[in-house]
Design a protein around this ligand. Structure first.
Ligand code: PHE
Length: 362
């Protein structure tokens, strides 16, 4: 703002320039955010080498008759700026005090919100489903609040059957339960269509159970395939493919005879312990995960019982099929060497971030 040269300057243009200077100064003061910025504005306008002083210095070069009015104008501008500076300073100091009392420091950088990530259980669940999807299984879902018919009855677990005690049930009413397993999806899917069909059904299940290795809510994936002439060899091949893709191709698979009301024959499937490689030892220590046996159980399975086909209206003479149910937490713990189930549900960010890479911001 050095438009007033010492040459050729009249009183009226001097006044005009000072008006502009005032406007500019008031704007700078108005937009100052800190006491420091106010002080900078004061120096720029009212300082010894400031803009107002520069104009004052050119007063003597004005025509004599214009000088009194020009001088008055310069003083008025000075007064107005001084007052505006003082007001702004008071306001900012008060604000700073209030912020300090409220524990707020406006000079700190803002906190950028994190983008959420997919929970490790969901990641493992998705991964398992996609391994099965690759070999032609559909992915289906059903309700967590189930009727007695789908959760028990149609699965060949009649009222008073001792097998109901295997799964401590949370009842909503006499005939409505929180599903204790994902097996009801076998029934729902079969009732909705006809063979050939193959599907996996991931989801939450509930049991009255809580300790180091049990949580009242956990995740299962049910898998089933129905067609003509399905054999146990198909089941074994399918599960071996799954194990080799979720763990690695060195992992061995073993079937142990077992019992489930809805499969016959039934088996429990173990895999060679992924922590100790099946040796039962980690270093010189006995392996805690497989308790030195070299094997860990990962799922229950079997050939679908003819009684289940009858319950859904399929001809048990015409169709055969297999089913399996696996625990997602269990697979996730083995896959990542996690020894405490509760870590999945505490949602400690230090744990969760290990599954999603470094925190990302918007
Ligand atoms: N539903 C059984 C359970 O929760 C697992 C299972 C599913 C077993 C399918 C056999 C066939 O324990």
């Amino acid at each position: 703002m050095q438009r007033n040269t010492e040459v050729d300057i009249s009183g009226s243009s001097f006044v005009h320039v000072l008006d502009q200077l005032l406007e500019e100064g008031l704007e700078d003061i108005r937009t100052a955010r800190t006491v420091d910025e106010i002080e900078q504005a004061r120096i720029a306008y009212l300082g010894r080498k400031g803009k107002v002083a520069a104009h004052m210095a050119s007063l003597p070069s004005l025509p004599a008759e214009d000088r009194p009015q020009a001088g008055q104008k310069a003083n008025a501008v000075k007064t107005e700026l001084t007052q505006a500076l003082q007001e702004a300073r008071d306001r900012l100091e008060q604000q700073a005090k209030a912020d300090e009392e409220a524990g707020f420091d406006p000079t700190l950088p803002g906190r950028t919100p994190w983008i959420g990530g997919v929970h490790p259980i969901t990641q493992v669940q998705d991964e398992i489903c996609s391994v099965f999807a690759r070999i032609g299984f559909d992915v289906v879902a059903g309700p967590e609040v189930e009727t007695d018919f789908y959760n028990f009855e149609a699965l060949n677990i009649p009222q008073d059957h001792p097998a109901r005690d295997m799964q401590d049930t949370l009842y909503i009413s006499d005939s409505i339960v929180l599903r204790t397993h994902t097996s009801p999806l076998q029934i729902r899917t079969m009732r909705a269509g006809m063979p050939p069909l193959a599907a996996v059904a991931p989801g939450k299940v509930y049991r009255r159970d809580a300790d180091l290795t049990h949580s009242p809510m956990f995740h299962q994936i049910e898998g089933f395939l129905v067609d003509t002439q399905v054999s146990m060899a198909d089941l074994r091949g399918t599960l071996t493919y799954f194990v080799h893709h979720i763990f690695d191709s060195q992992t061995r698979v073993r079937f142990r005879p077992s019992f489930f009301p809805f499969t016959e024959p039934s088996a429990e499937v173990d895999i060679s312990c992924v922590i100790c490689g099946g040796s039962g030892q980690t270093g010189n220590e006995p392996c805690r995960v497989c308790k030195q046996t070299g094997w860990v159980e990962i799922l229950g399975c079997g050939m679908i019982d003819p009684a289940v086909f009858t319950a859904v209206g399929y001809d048990p003479e015409a169709y055969t099929g297999f089913a399996f149910g696996l625990g997602v937490e269990r697979v996730a713990m083995l896959k990542y060497g996690i020894d405490d189930l509760r870590l999945f549900f505490e949602n400690d960010l230090r744990f969760l971030h290990q599954f999603q890479g470094p925190p990302r911001t918007l």
